[in-house]
Design a protein around this ligand. Sequence first.
Ligand SMILES: Cc1ncc(COP(=O)(O)O)c(C=O)c1O
Length: 344
Amino acid sequence: MTAEYAGMAAPPGSAVASPGAGPLARYPRVRLVLEPTPLHPAPRLSRELGVPVLLKRDDLAGVGLGGNKLRGLEYLIADALGRGCDCLVTGAGPLSNWTMLAALACLRHQIEPHIVCYGSSAADEGNMRLHRWLGVDLRFTGDPDRSSVDAGIEAVTAELRAAGSRPYPIPRGGATPLGALGYVRASVELATQLDALGERPAALWLATGSCGTQAGLVAGAALTAAPYEVAGVTVSRPVADSRERVRVLAAGAAALGGIRAPLREPVVLGGWIGPGYGAASREGRAAARLVATMEGVFLDPVFGAKAMAALIAECRAGRVRGTQVFLVSGGAPTLFTGADGGVP
Ligand SMILES: Cc1ncc(COP(=O)(O)O)c(C=O)c1O
């Protein structure tokens, strides 16, 4: 891989400086998230599971249909602008929340988005439909392998450079140390909310894919001396891979953020992928239905539903004590796709 991923070691700049919390203040940030996103009790779910559960609603973040990826994009878009980039190249699968939100954030800041998807075509549904509706430049790698996106991003970046543009490439999922600062910042926001509620939760649960979100939360937990363990539930990669990626990205984010407190060993739970990444699981569907009927909150089938299935199972097995925070990370467009089909 020769494409230089801007943001891996971005110097603090002043392009669109927007003060953040503590040591993050020196990193420019565009404002995307309507913060703080709500943190609220889930009373019926708490009774059902036998422990207090709080929902952190990053699905209500305020751009598009919301989602965790907006937090990292605040730093990545600011970095692109600071470097004078006029277009951005990234990629993932055809139903990706990441590419949808990256494209929207780009358009809002007058950067041209270019999106690379694995495979050769995609049904006109969910996020794919939204990409097309926006008229975003979409390329398919022609290869069903997810990793084909990496070479695709590199090729499109080279093509744009050759045409005289100034592209800003970002790897799949936006998982870079700079992007992970989004959830370092979110950890400060969460700490303030927990203080106001007088809560000291034992764990913070989330779905883990490309690992940037969990990495930011691990670094953020160190920064805020959080009482909770960050429990990621992998929805795509093997547990050992996820742990290693979280560890490396969290260390990178901590270095950028000047966080000197020791980082905890990442906790990643496996066994919840079901039929595969991007496809609904039976347990996830049941978990999502429980949360929708008890709390009126929709969890997406690819990420949130599977993470909630893990939390429910751990509670029912009696392995969970104390207050649990669950990050509702978005993904609503996938509720309207075949990804949720075929699972009773
Ligand atoms: C809705 C949703 N939740 C959770 C995740 C996982 O985040 P990460 O890729 O940072 O691990 C994603 C990633 O795309 C997502 O779209």
